[in-house]
Design a protein around this ligand. Structure first.
Ligand code: PNS
Length: 163
């Protein structure tokens, strides 16, 4: 049985992430989406909120589980029993960071491999950071995130403005 981890911040999940999740779960038997719990990254959404949103938008997929993780990714892989890490590659600018991360992880845990899926062309420009920026200025984000995520983002932005 092939079990894989798709790790990330998912702050929030976009159609780009969902594209990688949907394609990955056709390749592997079980996919665990690992949601980084690291407040040093100052996420907009708490890890609980990000896990909940991911569960909502993947509820039609029967071989996907969502779980938070806080320490080293290879530790999480070991705990989960996954021998494969999946990451999406958008443009060449992603490559350097991803190469460094995969080689470091392989040094830390040679039993865990990293596999890259190139992002579908229609999502190659997309990032959670740009989606948050557009939402912060009241722009239309409906082409970038599912409706339920757009709603959560709008509410979060409204709550932030009222602080
Ligand atoms: O969505 P992101 O922010 O690009 O995801 C980055 C992530 C979560 C995959 C990366 O920060 C990570 O694996 N963090 C866990 C800490 C770790 O294992 N670091 C060593 C690998 S270089």
């Amino acid at each position: 049985m092939l079990k894989a981890i798709y790790p990330g911040s998912f702050d929030p999940v976009t159609y780009g992430h969902l594209d990688i999740i949907r394609r990955s779960c056709k390749i592997v038997d079980e996919l665990v989406v690992g949601v980084l719990n690291n407040n040093a990254k100052m996420p907009l959404f708490s890890v609980e909120e990000r896990v909940k949103m991911l569960k909502e938008v993947t509820k039609d997929l029967n071989n996907v589980a969502i779980a938070p993780f806080g320490g080293l990714l290879v530790e999480f892989a070991r705990e989960t029993g996954a021998a494969l890490i999946i990451r999406g590659l958008r443009a060449i600018t992603d490559f350097e960071y991803e190469l460094q991360m995969s080689q470091t992880n392989h040094k830390l845990e040679p039993g865990v491999e990293t596999m890259f899926l190139t992002t579908s062309i229609e999502y190659s420009y997309l990032s959670s950071t740009t989606v948050k920026e557009i939402a912060a200025f009241g722009g239309d984000i409906s082409q970038f995130v599912p409706e339920v995520i757009g709603k959560e983002l709008k509410e979060k932005m409204k709550a932030k403005r009222s602080v």
